[in-house]
Design a protein. Structure first.
Length: 133
């Protein structure tokens, strides 16, 4: 099965926040082909599946820093509510909430990207250890 979304595109939508690799609700909604408010509504309806270590809402300060980094991008500007950030586990849990064929295919691509990033970190740590030795 070919990936619906190129891994490189997904990699650009993964950020480091609170020491975790996360994806923002608006980016996930875009990939899944749903509105951000629909994605967040589905998460709220299934709140027991999304503990704080799976998804968290950005603070006003974090959001302002994010807006400065991305400018007034339409994907982050003009929001009425602070964005949510999903950890890898939160993204995995979304597969049980969003069940369209597109959502499943995108989910597979996202999980592969997280795995690729994890593998990249491990290989670079091993290389660093060899250089130090």
């Amino acid at each position: 099965m070919s990936d619906l979304v190129p891994l490189g595109l997904i990699e650009k939508k993964i950020f480091l926040l609170h020491g975790e690799k996360v994806m923002f609700d608006s980016d996930l909604a875009e990939l899944y082909g749903v509105e951000t408010k629909a994605l967040n509504r589905a998460v709220k309806r299934n709140a027991d599946r999304f503990p704080e270590d799976f998804v968290f809402q950005l603070s006003s300060e974090e959001y302002q820093i994010l807006r400065c980094q991305f400018g007034t991008s339409s994907s982050y500007g003009g929001r009425r509510f602070l964005p949510y950030a999903f950890t890898e586990q939160g993204v995995a849990m979304l597969s049980g909430v969003l069940k369209s064929k597109q959502a499943i295919a995108v989910h597979v691509s996202i999980i592969r990207t997280f795995a690729k990033l994890r593998q990249w970190v491990v290989s670079h740590q091993e290389l660093s250890q060899k250089l130090i030795s």
